[in-house]
Design a protein around this ligand. Structure first.
Ligand code: BES
Ligand code: MN
Ligand code: ZN
Length: 497
């Protein structure tokens, strides 16, 4: 989809969206169109439910001049029109254009009283939102239905001062590439995307200046990462550790480490999952997808920061060589783990990846993302990811970053009583507690046992966020790439320069 910013023309033509603020307040362009049409817009507004509330739309056919379809776009209350809301508006316009089968659409950005954003900034964020919404994973469709195809190819944003908008958009544009890259990774089926293939795709980041290193099973064995290896040993596909470095910040400044769970398929292993819905487990690498997408964005916009990433890539399969419930293995940290349930595999691969990252990079902070537990979906649904942390400052930074770009979090508790639940009779710990109670918390407690002293650590359980069956204003159904923008924003606001 092409985006163009232009100054106000003499007259509008084609498909045009115009702002209406809360309480049916026609803004300048809509007002002019209304008088030209002899009050036709006002009459249309009188008839229905449309009030100009945020994200509402009302399409009127063949209005004034050369306009084919005029869309009234509700922008809500001026003071609520921030970057995130503007992105939502862009998404709504893109979705409406695709539903109607339009190839081109124009959005007119009138100044909105009360908004802290300039019209140029609003225009740029509208364009970003439209692009983010205009995504579809269709590479395996040989007979795509016309009504499912994306028709929108050209977006024109009309704004006084298009140069400012162009400049603002240029800074936002790397986001699109990174988010689409992550969505593609998450959408791929597991026969196409397995650990080696994931790592191969991440290798493309070399072009942006990211140092990419890939460790195979022989190297992981030498490093003592037996717990990670135990998860992958039932699979024909070789496990991989993907290590990425972007060290463009001050020399001698400790990096931030990003860790991702990359289970390219999770059958549960010998603790096999039930058949219904198991296909969802192709996206059990959403954490690694987000981390890799974030690295692409951080490098894409040439962030002045030191960031490293470690993704544990494995396939969890049942097999004659698979790990058995009750097996005991020694982690890279030296601690031993009794694997009671082979379906609690995320924490197993992460404990070695986290230890590796801390030993190798001595990070100041470590943020890990994983589709770790079904229990977090019971707790928080699909609205917020669970946030577990040993550090209030890091938690606040994450929460603030998330609310700015619309990837929300909710902090969950940790504590010694929960920790005790994973003590084992014969090893240092077991990978699950006895019951299902507090399942997301006991998972986080397991991870915390692998956090070294002095490291600010956060674990984001994104099981409810990586995939959407409904879609959202800037996210179509399917892979969301939740975490890409969150991590980028965390770095931009707190660890840059
Ligand atoms: N990948 C799953 C968690 C998951 C479930 C993600 C549903 C997305 C949707 C994870 O590996 C898993 O199987 N967790 C178990 C843990 C249990 C065995 C303690 C779970 O949540 O049931
Ligand atoms: Mn599992
Ligand atoms: Zn899993």
């Amino acid at each position: 989809m092409k985006v163009e910013f232009s100054a106000f023309p003499k007259a509008f033509s084609g498909n045009v969206a115009m702002f209406v603020a809360a309480d049916k307040q026609l803004l300048a362009t809509a007002q002019a169109a209304d008088s030209k049409a002899g009050g036709g817009l006002t009459r249309a507004l009188g008839a229905g439910r449309f009030t100009g509330a945020k994200n509402q739309t009302l399409t009127i056919l063949g209005q004034s001049g050369d306009i084919a379809r005029l869309m009234l776009l509700g922008v809500g209350k001026g003071r609520e029109l921030d970057a995130r809301t503007a992105e939502g508006l862009g998404g709504v316009v893109a979705a409406a254009a695709n539903a109607a089968g339009h190839a081109a659409v124009t959005v007119v950005v009138d100044p909105v009283k009360g908004s802290r954003l300039s019209p140029g900034q609003i225009a740029a964020h509208i364009a970003l939102g439209a692009r983010l919404r205009n995504y579809r994973f269709n590479k395996y469709k040989t007979k795509d239905k016309p009504e499912q195809k994306l028709s929108l190819e050209h977006l024109t944003v009309v704004v006084a001062g298009p140069a400012e908008a162009r400049k603002a958009y240029a800074q936002l544009e790397p986001t699109v590439d990174a988010v689409f890259f992550a969505r593609d990774l998450v959408s791929e089926p597991a026969n196409m995307l397995y650990p080696v293939e994931f790592a191969r795709r991440a290798k493309e980041l070399t072009k942006l200046g990211v140092k990419v290193e890939i460790l195979g099973e022989a190297e992981l064995k030498k490093l003592g990462m037996n717990v990670l290896l135990a998860v992958g040993q039932g699979s024909e596909r070789e496990s991989q550790l993907l290590v990425m470095r972007w060290m463009n910040g001050p020399k001698n400044q400790a990096p931030v480490a990003l860790i991702g769970k990359g289970v390219t398929f999770d059958t549960g292993g010998i603790s096999l999952k039930p058949a219904g819905g198991m296909e969802d487990m192709k996206w059990d690498m959403g954490g690694a997808g987000a981390v890799t997408g974030a690295m692409r964005l951080i490098a894409g916009r040439k962030a002045k920061a030191n960031v490293v990433a470690v993704c544990a890539l494995v396939e969890n399969m049942p097999d004659g060589n698979a790990t058995r419930p009750g097996d005991v293995v020694k982690s890279m940290s030296g601690q031993t783990v009794e694997i009671i349930n082979t379906d609690a595999e995320g924490r197993l691969i992460l404990c070695d990846a986290m230890w590796y990252a801390q030993e190798k990079f001595k990070p100041q902070a470590m943020v890990e993302l994983s589709t770790l537990t079904g229990a977090i979906i019971v707790s928080l649904g699909h609205e917020r990811a669970g946030l577990f942390s040993n550090n209030t400052q890091l938690s606040t930074r994450l929460r603030v970053a998330g609310s700015q770009i619309g990837e929300k979090l909710w902090r969950m508790p940790l504590g010694p009583k929960y920790d005790k639940l994973i003590d084992s009779e014969i090893a240092d710990m077991k990978n699950v507690s006895n019951g299902r109670d507090g399942g997301s918390i006991t998972a986080a407690q397991f991870l915390q046992r692998f956090v070294q002293d002095g490291v600010a650590w956060a674990h984001l359980d994104i099981a409810g966020m990586a995939w959407s069956t409904k879609g959202d204003d800037t996210t179509p159904k399917g892979a969301t790439a939740y975490g890409v923008r969150l991590l980028d924003r965390l770095i931009a606001d707190n660890y840059e320069r």
